[in-house]
Design a protein around this ligand. Structure first.
Ligand code: SF4
Length: 426
């Protein structure tokens, strides 16, 4: 089933049964240094590099978690290989952190175990996130040889001043060099991540960033507004939480940066991105994502389509394709203690939590996720009076437009004001 089709079906007919995973997320929680705006589960400094780093122990723990999660799936859904029970994975995603800090042979060994325990479709999309800095970009040729076929580069900006302001280690030339290196290594599917609404950013500088990225000829661009949430206030940084507490320096940086952000300018920057990328035939397919047709991220489409995915590593989230999400706690020490017990007992699942949505919430979530995408939802997808009235409001206010095949899709205005519509759908 094509991913876009999957989104439509799941939006209209949420099911009540858990499904075998079609995708696997592997979180690698190490970076050379920590950017002040970062909300990901990341450890830097001595944990990430040097004689006493935790990388080897983490890799052994990760391998143990992979086997435990696969054992659980074998027990509940049967072994991989049988299309009716556990079809092979269509996507694997090494995210972080900076997965490109891992040796290529480690990535290769993990993929061999994924193949053995989960199965991998012959055309599976296998993505690895890399930072462009010279000491972060890693062994791109080695990753390609290990089976990675899609590279996601954390460029964020092509403006030297903006990169410094964001606390990034690389410069714009490093991004250019990393894309060239990726092409030489044989990658034909390269994505670049960008940020807008950066303090001090101007439309002209953003335009230049987009121009350079377009000239690089990458197949996929993600552009996210810089968000500066207070994770501690949101209550997600506790002992079982999936995020780490904010460091005081990062909190101060965010407080200052927030003062310089501007919603109206952010909307202008989004429009500039959409214009520039569309003109280069890199078309939007999700609110924050644009791709050359056929190069949409299969992994992320699984998220937006509410397909089932498995996940490994601190802070990683898995979803059963129905109503239940499970996450690992963010704390690396607790993760290592559970999966590499010092008393010689067998590894056990790391601490974390789970939550299940009520059926009404499943339907609402499915609709919101589907509306994020270019495929939208079928017109008349709901019998719920409240939801139908919210959709009617969105059509009247030109947030939604009717497309061919009876689909309702966000307009450009709708993408900019999507949160207003989504708030009415929950
Ligand atoms: S490089 Fe990325 S993952 Fe690492 S600290 Fe910076 S934003 Fe976070």
């Amino acid at each position: 089933m094509a991913p876009d089709r999957a989104i439509a079906v799941r939006a209209a007919e949420p099911s009540l049964a858990a499904r075998p995973p079609v995708a696997l997320y592997i979180h690698v929680p190490f970076c050379v240094s920590i950017c002040p705006y970062c909300d990901f589960v990341v450890y830097a400094g001595r944990a990430a590099r040097g004689r006493d780093d935790q990388v080897d122990r983490f890799v052994r723990a990760l391998a143990n978690e992979l086997e435990l999660r696969a054992d659980d799936l074998d027990a509940s859904l049967g072994s991989p290989g049988s299309p009716s029970t556990r079809p092979p994975l269509r996507s694997v995603y090494f995210g972080g952190g900076t997965p490109s800090l891992l040796p290529a042979r480690v990535v290769g060994r993990l993929l061999e175990r994924v193949q053995a325990r989960f199965g991998l479709a012959a055309d599976a999309e296998i993505t690895l996130e890399a930072n462009p800095g010279r000491d972060e970009v890693g062994d791109l040729a080695g990753f390609k040889a290990a089976g990675v076929n899609r590279l996601s580069l954390g460029a964020q900006s092509m403006d030297e001043g903006e990169l410094r302001r964001l606390g990034r280690r690389h410069c714009p030339q490093d991004v250019v060099a990393a894309v060239r290196l990726a092409r030489r290594a044989g990658f034909s599917n390269v994505s670049v991540d960008l940020l807008y609404d950066i303090p001090g950013q101007t439309p002209a500088r953003w335009q230049r960033t987009l121009d350079v990225v377009v000239e690089l000829g990458v197949e996929h661009v993600s552009a996210y507004a810089l968000t500066l949430d207070d994770l501690d206030a949101e209550g997600v940084t506790g002992i079982s939480g999936d995020h780490l507490p904010l460091r005081s320096g990062a909190r101060r940086w965010r407080e200052r940066a927030r003062l310089e952000q501007d919603e109206d300018q952010a909307a202008d920057l989004y429009r500039i991105a959409d214009d520039r990328l569309t003109a280069a035939a890199v078309r939007w397919y999700e609110i924050s994502n644009w791709a050359v047709p056929g190069r949409e991220s299969r992994h992320n489409l699984a998220y937006w389509g509410r397909l089932s995915y498995e996940a490994l590593g601190p802070g990683a989230h898995a979803f059963d394709g129905d109503a239940t999400r499970r996450w690992n706690a963010a704390r690396l020490d607790a993760y290592l203690a559970a999966l590499l017990p010092s008393d010689g007992s067998p590894p056990r699942s790391p601490p974390g939590g789970s939550e299940s949505l009520a059926p009404d919430d499943v339907a609402g979530e499915a609709m919101i996720l589907a509306l994020r995408t270019r495929d939208g939802i079928p017109a008349g997808a709901t019998a719920d009076v409240g939801v139908a009235s919210a959709l009617h409001w969105a059509e009247e206010n030109r947030l939604l437009e009717a497309r061919s095949r009876g689909r309702l899709v966000l307009s450009l205005r709708g993408r900019l004001l999507s949160n207003e519509l989504f708030a009415r759908l929950v």
